[in-house]
Design a protein around this ligand. Structure first.
Ligand SMILES: Nc1ncnc2c1ncn2[C@@H]1O[C@H](COP(=O)(O)OP(=O)(O)O)[C@@H](O)[C@H]1O
Ligand SMILES: [Mg+2]
Length: 375
C-alpha cells in the first residue's frame, strides 16, 4: 500500500515541461508533408535567393505554429544569412510594431525609443538586408488579427515590394491562419495578391489515432513509467478529438498528473482525468472566443441571455437583428461558422425553409461562455 503513495517531495513527472503549451517537441509527429512543404518554400533563401511565400491554414491546435517555429529554429542553426522573424499578430498588430520587431531581430536592439518614422525604419531594414546579403523570412501568425484592423495589405505590400524600393532586398512571408472561414488571399487587394501568390499548406485535423500517438509521446517523456494506463490515454484522446484541438489533451495530461499528486498517488485514475477535463475543455473555448468578431459575440450573448437550452434560429435572429445592423444572410453564415468552430450545435426540426426552423444550442455552459464575452 505505502509504495503506491508519494512522499511529499516526490513527483510523478519526469519532465513537466512536456505538458506546457508552448513546449516545442523534438519531433512533430504526422506533419512530415507540411514540414517538407515549408522547407521547400524557404529553401531558396539558403542559396541567397528570394524564398517562396507560404500560407499555413488549419483549425486551432493542428500544429501550424509549432511547424513554422521548428523550421525557423533549423534555419537559425544552419546559417546567419537567413533571418527568420516570428510575429504573433495578436501582440504586434500594426505595420509599425511588426517592422520594429524585424529591426530588433536584424540589429539585435530595438529601434530608438524616441521613435523614428516608418519610412526610416523601413529603409534601415532594407539597406541592412542588401549590405549584409541577408534574406528575411517573416512569419505572421494569427494573421486574422491584421485582417480585422485592415493592416494586412499594408504589411504584406511593404514586405513584398521592398525590393522595388531597395533593389536586391530579398524577403519571404509565411502567413498562418486558424480561421477556416476567412479566405485570406481573396480578401487582399489585387496589388498585394499579385505579389503574394503563396504556396498553400493545409494542416488537417488529426485523427484520433494521430492524437493518441502525439499524447503517448508526451506521456513517455513527461511522466515516470506506469503513471497512466493505455485505457486512460484513450479517454483523453476521445475528449481531445471532440474539440480537434491538441492543446486540450496536452493540458489534460498535466492537470490529471497534478490531481494524482494531490492525492499523493503514483498513478492517474479515471477521476483525475474527468476532473482535469473540467478545466482543460475551456482552453479551446478561450482561444476560439478571443478570435471571434464582435457580431459573433453578440450572437452568443443573445443565446446566453435567453436563458434557454435551445433556441429556434428565427427567434435568435430577432434578438441579433435588434443589436446589430446585419441581415439574415450574415446571421445565417455566422451561425454556420460558430457550428464549425464547435461552439454551437444545430439541429433541424424539419419545419420551415432556409433553416429558419433550426434549433440552436451552446456546446458549453452558458455561464462559462458569458464570462469570456466582452461585448
Ligand atoms: N504533430 C505534433 N506533434 C507533437 N506535438 C504537436 C503536434 N502538433 C501540435 N502539437 C502540440 O499541440 C499544441 C498546439 O499546437 P500549435 O502548433 O500551437 O497549433 P496551432 O498553431 O495550429 O494552433 C502545442 O502544444 C504543440 O506542441
Ligand atoms: Mg498557433
Amino acid at each position: 500500500m505505502t509504495k503506491d503513495l508519494l512522499l511529499w517531495d516526490q513527483t510523478i513527472f519526469k519532465e513537466q515541461e512536456y505538458f506546457e503549451l508552448d513546449f516545442l517537441p523534438e519531433n512533430l509527429l504526422h506533419r512530415d508533408a507540411q514540414m517538407r512543404s515549408l522547407k521547400f518554400s524557404v529553401s531558396p533563401a539558403l542559396r541567397g535567393s528570394t524564398p517562396l511565400n507560404a500560407y499555413c491554414r488549419g483549425a486551432p491546435g493542428t500544429g501550424k505554429t509549432s511547424a513554422v517555429l521548428k523550421v525557423f529554429s533549423e534555419l537559425e542553426n544552419a546559417t546567419q544569412k537567413v533571418v527568420p522573424v516570428y510575429i504573433n499578430c495578436q501582440v504586434d498588430s500594426t505595420r509599425y510594431a511588426i517592422f520594429a520587431q524585424i529591426f530588433k531581430k536584424l540589429f539585435g536592439y530595438p529601434p530608438p525609443s524616441s521613435g523614428i518614422s516608418f519610412k526610416k525604419l523601413f529603409s534601415q531594414i532594407a539597406k541592412h538586408l542588401v549590405e549584409k546579403k541577408r534574406v528575411l523570412i517573416v512569419a505572421l501568425d494569427d494573421f486574422n488579427y491584421l485582417m480585422a484592423s485592415k493592416e494586412a495589405d499594408e504589411v504584406l505590400y511593404s514586405l513584398l515590394r521592398m525590393h522595388e524600393v531597395q533593389p536586391g532586398a530579398k524577403v519571404g512571408v509565411i502567413t498562418i491562419l486558424s480561421d477556416l472561414t476567412l479566405d485570406m488571399v481573396r480578401d487582399l487587394t489585387p496589388q498585394v495578391q499579385s505579389v503574394f501568390l503563396p504556396e498553400e499548406i493545409a494542416f488537417p485535423q488529426y485523427s484520433p489515432e494521430e492524437i493518441k500517438d502525439i499524447l503517448k509521446y508526451r506521456v513517455r517523456y513527461g511522466f515516470m513509467q506506469g503513471v497512466i494506463s493505455d485505457e486512460l490515454i484513450d479517454i483523453v484522446t476521445g475528449y481531445t478529438a471532440d474539440t480537434g484541438d491538441l492543446r486540450v489533451g496536452i493540458n489534460m495530461l498535466k492537470r490529471a498528473g497534478l490531481n494524482a499528486e494531490r492525492r499523493a498517488s503514483r498513478a492517474i485514475s479515471k477521476e483525475d482525468i474527468e476532473k482535469a477535463y473540467e478545466g482543460s475543455r475551456y482552453i479551446h473555448l478561450n482561444y476560439t472566443i478571443r478570435n471571434l468578431k464582435k457580431e459573433e459575440k453578440v450572437l452568443l450573448k443573445c443565446i446566453v441571455a435567453s436563458g434557454k437550452e435551445e433556441m429556434m434560429s428565427g427567434e435568435l435572429y430577432e434578438c441579433f437583428k435588434e443589436k446589430t445592423d446585419l441581415g439574415y444572410t450574415s446571421f445565417y453564415e455566422m451561425v454556420n461558422r460558430l457550428e464549425g468552430l464547435k461552439i454551437l450545435s444545430l439541429n433541424t426540426t424539419g419545419k420551415g425553409t432556409r433553416g429558419q426552423s433550426r434549433l440552436v444550442s451552446l456546446m458549453y455552459d452558458p455561464g462559462e461562455v458569458e464570462k469570456r464575452i466582452d461585448v
